[in-house]
Ligand binder design. Sequence first.
Ligand code: R1P
Ligand code: URA
Length: 312
Amino acid sequence: MKETLANANFPRDGEGRVYHIGVRYGEVANRILTVGDPARAKAIARWLDTESDSGKPVFTNQSHRGFLTITGRYKGVPVSIMAIGMGNCMMDFFVRETRAVTTGTLAIIRFGSCGSLSQNAPTGSIVIPQGGYCIRKNLEYFVKEKNRLFKGPVEPYMISGVFDADEEMSAILTKELEKAIEPISGKHGVGSVIANGLNADGCSFYSSQGRKDPAFWDDNDSVIQEALSAHPETVSLEMETSMLFHLAECAREQNPIKAAGCMQVFADRIGNGFIHPDTVAVLEPAVGKAVLEALIQVQVDNEMSEEGTVWQ
Ligand code: R1P
Ligand code: URA
């Protein structure tokens, strides 16, 4: 960020660009497809209308903190594709700062990768969770006993209740994904669409996702079993989607956010398998296109006018 930032509460530069995602009003559309990996965002952007379709070049911004924003039109409708990196705090930066530079309802669909805790969702499947919860390492447990703030018994992991996905948007997404996956299902390792389970966000790829790392004290032998006992409908395990649902539920009524998600199963945590890159090469473009198809069908109230935007 080249310019000085005046506001300590919600930092922006002199032109209104928010500090971390690096964009300002008119650079992000109301309909957003968000991913973790910038390469996935760039690959999906090939589905956007070209300059000869829309008369406007696609806008791209790479922020100094690693957020990538690509804004254009899909079948004439303004959309943004945003890569945000990994973890709950990146989702928090993305949702809050995007909200600060937009008006009207935001419709956000995350397309990520995940681990699977269900035999019904082997690698190459696509999962659409109806809700999500968080598994967080309880740092207090790992504080030396003499330094603990809480003197009573503490557990090593905290499992939250459920935050719901937007039902209507998830239904549209399911319909589009079923349409897109049906012709490739069973080929190149592509599986089928699994809707209606729950997603768990781990605060780590390792400790809170129950992975064994002999180099660290994690006390996580039973964390997955505890999560499944609390939420037997759990299908997927990743790091951002439940946080997106949580933030959408916390959005004030005057600034609504609709949130849904879908994930390609990369890691089979039951059978210990990992997806082959050839499967991802077939799956990602098909899912990306289906998410864009879904986004343009979603009802968005008070959508921003085109004046002063990069898609004008
Ligand atoms: C871990 O490898 C990352 O992959 C998943 C997890 O949520 C985490 O961000 O999502 P993405 O593929 O979207 O990054
Ligand atoms: N992303 C995750 O967070 N976990 C997995 O096991 C796979 C992808």
